[in-house]
Design a protein around this ligand. Structure first.
Ligand code: NAD
Length: 477
């Protein structure tokens, strides 16, 4: 229990959520504890010569569960990174991978650094040094431990890590599979940058395909016209907000950022706001909405869907009772503490939990890893063959129409869409959509049918723990 917040730490919070679900399961003696504990955490302190002095940095790589290898999980750059946090995030990765059937154990890494305080050249030096420390201990390895981007890191850092690995293991033909979230020209995959936000969109679409589930949140209808609050317009929040507003008719009424929030009841222009933040460093002064300096207070504003997409621990025992959103989707990891979760559940709010809601990133990372190991882009072999088969059908339909004198013509728009074979981006989106639908359906079946299961989080943990337990039991500990 933290004296500052009066709540359990992030890792304890994840453990409490785990234990609540595990209590409903009939696991063999001792297996519950084996699954719950974090297997190992490596702490590294290393020096980098910068600006005429040696600066010492602290980083972590936690491995929560190796029931499947490689283990998988992002690397985060933030000043607040600590062992408790990486262990909580690594545990969530185990459950997330199990829920979306990505064949990985859970891991997470972090470096205590304010990335904004360093130039690109300095960050490259620091990242390569951090990667070196992890690579030489096999904590970055295509068969053992595969990082990805998280808060404060992106394609650029992943490309440096991949290059560092290739330099240190010159004969490893699978070197590129040592990390995911790389840029396309360094072995990445189409659709990875948008993947977590895209997954959020697919998760909400699937939720709204089930009117009984929507009714549990006191909502009705479709996503069209729903009022949405997004906290954090970074990688995850930006893509989720963009897709929901431009493709599903949602109105993003509030965006909450570090320096405050902007509000526009008619719906914010997400592209415009993103550009503003990129040039001005924050939402302050954005002309397309009303500015509020106390951003966090707007988590409590009236809306249909609240999407915390910034960081953990933003909905706590101190503000949970004031949250008005009937539906909360956890795009960030751990945004709702265990105590807040109790309050919100008692009030009847529906929470689409992190272990499911932000699993789009690891899902597409899985596709990227497979692509790297198979050394071929998805769709490369079958695309033109698919197109020629479709062309055959179109030609035959047009011939039949002409011969029979019916005079049908296929619209050019239909022809264009039907004839186009799927490329990598279409295949990635299709695989992601299928994954998000299947995972939601496995959770909701437990939510509706398993005695004692009160909410989607509990259901998600039950499915995930069951799969990890099956894996341990099948192969032994
Ligand atoms: P990011 O660094 O790209 O974006 C985070 C955003 O949140 C930034 O715009 C930042 O300014 C904002 N922010 C930070 N602190 C804030 C605060 N106190 N109030 C309001 N805004 C704040 O990070 P990201 O990759 O988008 O990750 C966000 C969350 O999603 C994290 O919890 C991360 O673990 C989780 N996540 C990320 C991925 C991924 O693929 N990147 C995958 C799964 C989960």
């Amino acid at each position: 229990m933290s004296l500052q917040t009066g709540e359990p730490s992030f890792r304890q919070s994840v453990d409490l959520m785990f234990t609540r679900a595990a209590a409903l399961m009939d696991l063999p003696p001792g297996l519950e504890e084996k699954i719950r504990v974090c297997n190992a955490t490596y702490t590294v302190r290393f020096g980098v010569r910068l600006r005429g002095e040696i600066r010492t940095f602290t980083g972590y790589r936690a491995v929560h569960s190796e029931h499947m290898e490689p283990v998988k999980g992002g690397i985060r750059y933030a000043l607040a990174v600590n062992q408790d946090e990486v262990e909580a995030l690594a545990a969530l990765m185990t459950y997330k991978c199990a829920l979306v059937e990505a064949p990985f154990g859970g891991s997470k890494g972090g470096l205590c650094i304010d990335p904004g305080a360093y130039s690109e050249e300095e960050l490259e030096k620091i990242t390569r040094r951090f990667a070196y420390e992890l690579i030489k201990r096999d904590l970055i390895h295509p068969a053992q431990n595969v990082p990805a981007p998280d808060m404060g890191t992106g394609e650029r850092e992943m490309a440096w890590i991949a290059d560092q690995y290739a330099r240190m293991t010159t004969t490893d033909i699978n070197a590129r599979a040592c990390v995911t979230g790389k840029p396309i020209h360094a072995g990445g995959i189409q659709g990875r940058v948008e993947a977590t936000g895209r997954g959020v969109q697919y998760a909400l679409r699937e939720f709204f395909r089930h009117p009984e589930d929507v009714a549990k949140a006191g909502l009705s209808g479709t996503l069209d016209g729903k009022r949405v609050i997004v906290q954090g317009l970074g990688n995850v929040g930006f893509h989720a907000a963009l897709f929901l507003s431009t493709e599903d008719g949602c109105r993003i009424t509030h965006v909450i950022e570090r320096d405050g929030a902007v509000e526009n009841p008619a719906g914010l222009d997400i592209m415009g706001l993103r550009d503003w933040i990129a040039t001005h460093g924050g939402v302050t002064g954005y002309p397309g909405g009303t500015y509020h300096p106390d951003g966090a207070r707007l988590l409590e504003a009236a809306c249909d869907i609240l999407i915390p997409a910034a960081m953990e621990g933003v909905i706590t025992i101190h503000n949970a009772a004031a949250i008005k959103a009937p539906l909360i989707l956890e795009a960030a990891n751990g945004p709702v503490t265990a105590g807040a979760d109790d309050i919100l559940r008692a009030r009847g709010s529906v929470i689409i939990p992190d272990l499911y809601a932000n699993a789009g990133g690891v899902t597409v990372s899985y596709f990227e890893w497979v692509k790297n190991l198979s050394h071929i882009r998805f769709g490369r072999m079958q695309r033109r063959q698919e197109e020629s088969r479709h062309q055959l059908l179109v030609d035959e339909l047009e011939r039949l129409s002409a011969d029979s004198g019916i005079g049908w013509t296929l619209s050019p728009d239909f022809k264009q869409k039907y004839l186009r074979g799927a490329g990598e981006l279409e295949l990635v989106r299709s695989g992601l959509d299928d994954t998000m639908r299947a995972a939601y359906q496995s959770m909701r079946a437990v939510w509706w049918e398993h005695p004692g299961v009160t909410d989607l989080r509990m259901a998600g943990f039950l499915v995930a723990i069951g799969r990890v337990a099956d894996s341990y039991q099948a192969k032994g500990i």
